[in-house]
Design a binder for this molecule. Structure first.
Ligand code: NAD
Ligand code: ZN
Length: 361
């Protein structure tokens, strides 16, 4: 058996106030006075205090990101062109020395994608898949302002393309630096906090109950799960720190294992109905008692404790064509189903099974 040679984030800063060290981190990358940095920042921060704290130098570029929709290949292509035009005008066409993604999973994924596309021509859709990226990315930094996806730790950037929702998975995708500052997650709206936090909780349940599990992934997954319990079932005073670490460790766990049935179903929901990742996962997870009985029971306790209501009957008005597309997207997630059932998964993941689950949501 050949084991994976796993790339991790080489440098990280953790702690309240750590964001203030960003300028120092970037100084290491700036070699000449014309070297410029590109800040890709969730628009939510534009009129908030964080928006005023971005260490932008005169020559740098700042783009406020629209994350109304989850990242699309067309959006990252357009941003890449915008950055290239700016570099032609301000620095003889030289690439930026660093790309900063500041925000949630969407903003961090956009930053990863732009950093990759600056050095890999042809547009994002070409690289959706595993290890299709040829050249190292521009130096890129991830700074989460909402916790749960694990995008800060992972080797993927999830993009919706013309044909599929699929990540650009590669060693070059991994951030060169992350800054985890629990102060930055203040002010996240409660439902969103819950949905994105549950992404982490669900990553752990799926990894720990999957056939791909091993002691490496279990060590991170168990600890991440424990932190999620403290955050969502006990009112712990340091819950921002805890959820930030849970997210990172959940990301590490699935990097060496895999997610499962919930994520496969959620990808279908997202592709056809446009549900965002966190809420889509919650809708799907809530019908997975047969797959993850303990995990789902605990999830319901967490929902009840935080008064979270989920949409119901979300598939009631689907056309046959839409339902079939959803089933197709979902059953196409081969590694996820392999993790659930093992190599014989194709016999088990039937259209009837998936239709039945979607109809319950
Ligand atoms: P998000 O980035 O879309 O943000 C959710 C909402 O929270 C947005 O409205 C955003 O503006 C807001 N927000 C962010 N920080 C805030 C703050 N400090 N205060 C107030 N509001 C704030 O959501 P997400 O759940 O973090 O990320 C979802 C995306 O991540 C999806 O596109 C999903 O596919 C992707 N994802 C990626 C990975 C990976 O490994 N790369 C893993 C899981 C999910
Ligand atoms: Zn997820």
């Amino acid at each position: 058996m050949k084991h994976r040679n796993f790339k991790t984030v080489p440098r990280m800063i953790f702690g309240r106030g750590a964001f203030d060290q960003l300028d120092e981190v970037l100084a290491e990358q700036r070699k000449s006075s014309k070297d410029l940095v590109v800040f890709l920042v969730d628009e939510i921060h534009k009129d908030r205090p964080l928006g005023q704290r971005i260490p932008k130098h005169d020559q740098d570029m700042l783009i406020w990101l629209d994350v109304t929709d989850e990242p699309k290949t067309t959006y990252v292509d357009a941003l890449t062109e915008q950055v290239q035009a700016y570099c032609r005008e301000h620095n003889d066409g030289n690439d930026p020395v660093s790309i900063i993604g500041l925000g949630g999973g969407s903003s961090m994924d956009i930053a990863k994608a732009v950093a990759l596309l600056l050095t890999n021509p042809g547009g994002a859709a070409l690289y959706q898949g595993w290890d299709l990226i040829k050249n190292p990315a521009v130096h890129h930094v991830g700074i989460p302002t909402i916790s749960g996806t694990g995008a800060e730790a992972s080797r993927t950037t999830v993009l919706t393309g013309p044909e599929k929702k699929l990540g650009m998975n590669s060693d070059y995708t991994v951030f060169d630096q992350i800054i985890m500052d629990p102060d930055l997650v203040a002010g996240v709206e409660k439902n969103q906090w819950f949905y994105t936090g549950m992404d982490c909780y669900i990553h752990n349940v799926e990894a720990l109950n999957g056939t791909y599990i091993n002691e490496f992934a279990r060590a991170f997954g168990d600890q991440s799960s424990q932190l999620c319990h403290e955050v969502f079932l006990e009112d712990h005073p340091e819950s921002e720190e805890k959820l930030m670490m849970a997210s990172y460790m959940g990301g590490q766990s699935i990097a060496y294992s895999q997610v499962g049935a919930c994520h496969a179903l959620s990808y279908g929901l997202s592709y056809v109905l446009g549900y965002h990742h966190g809420i889509g996962n919650c809708i799907a997870f809530n019908v997975l008692d047969d797959f993850y009985p303990e995990g789902v029971a605990t999830f319901r306790k967490m929902m009840e404790k935080h008064n979270i209501d989920l949409p119901t009957n979300v598939c009631a008005n689907l056309t046959d064509e839409q339902m079939n597309k959803m089933i197709q997207v979902c059953s196409g997630m081969a590694p996820l189903w392999d993790n659930v059932y093992g190599p014989s998964w194709k016999e088990k993941v039937t259209p009837e099974l998936l239709r039945g689950l979607y109809e319950k949501m």
